[in-house]
Design a protein around this ligand. Sequence first.
Ligand code: NCD
Length: 319
Amino acid sequence: MIPILNLRCYFSIDMKHLLSATQFSHCDEVEELLDKTSYYKTNPNDGSISTILKNKIICTMFFEPSTRTRLSFESASLRLGAKVISCENAQSNASSAKGETLDDAIKVIAGYADGLVIRHPEKNSLSQSSIHSTVPIINAGDGNGEHPTQGLLDLFTIKEKLGTLNNLTIGFVGDIKNARTVHSTIRLLSLYTGNTFKIITPPTLKIDSDSIGDVTRNGNSVIELTDWNGHIESCDVIYMTRTQKERFESSQEYYAVKDNFILTQDIVAKMKKNSIILHPLPRVNEIHPSVDSDQRSCYFQQAHNGVFTRMAILEMLLR
Ligand code: NCD
């Protein structure tokens, strides 16, 4: 059933920038965003949507490669009636290539736009530099730190598919040490109750304790594993990740672990009938393409949900 929502309602959370999932302190704050996301997804013909950010300019500045995050933010901005300016290859095309600091870049572009969507290779760089911005900054990924907007769209997709964000067993598989999306997703899920997070990694890619913080409140628990045998069957969600080649010190270390976990039809056959498979994408070879047609595979729908989630986020910060 399509929820009846007041499109004009405002958000109870008072947030200047969106830098980390830790800015949410209660699941009700997340629910407001998910409800708004649902409205945008189910009411594409509501003409008033295209005037919500009329006269606003959004700047997307990406110091690392991106397909989904940048383009879905730009699509979301245009759907809300904003205009977009973009620097898609900032590491080599912006003045950082001449030695300009992120602080200086932000001081300048904050004068050109009403909201900044930035991806940067250094963990915590956006939190530190955001103090120089007079306009909202959205963290579109900071190194192996966080990716809060992906976390929100992951939660939207899980709720859309399974109907709840409580009492789930979620297997996060692969390079979880470096998977910034997972760091945000787990933090957001820990606002809900009774979830079990099975973190399944090669032994050399275990999570650092500070990357997700303490997520064991509200009856949630974390189990760290290096093998998925015997665990696939219990998961409501299998969340696959790419081994983050660009974050390894040597290619030798990368090649030693890159194929440790590959989801094939044989493994999917062990999953619960009503479970789902997620992946923030891009996929390299950690999910075999033959799995795509399985009804449990939701990663392309997950990517599509990014547009509606980011519409809700832009509205929350900029309206
Ligand atoms: C992820 C990212 O950039 O962290 N992609 C995304 O934004 N959807 C995952 C990745 O690069 O592996």
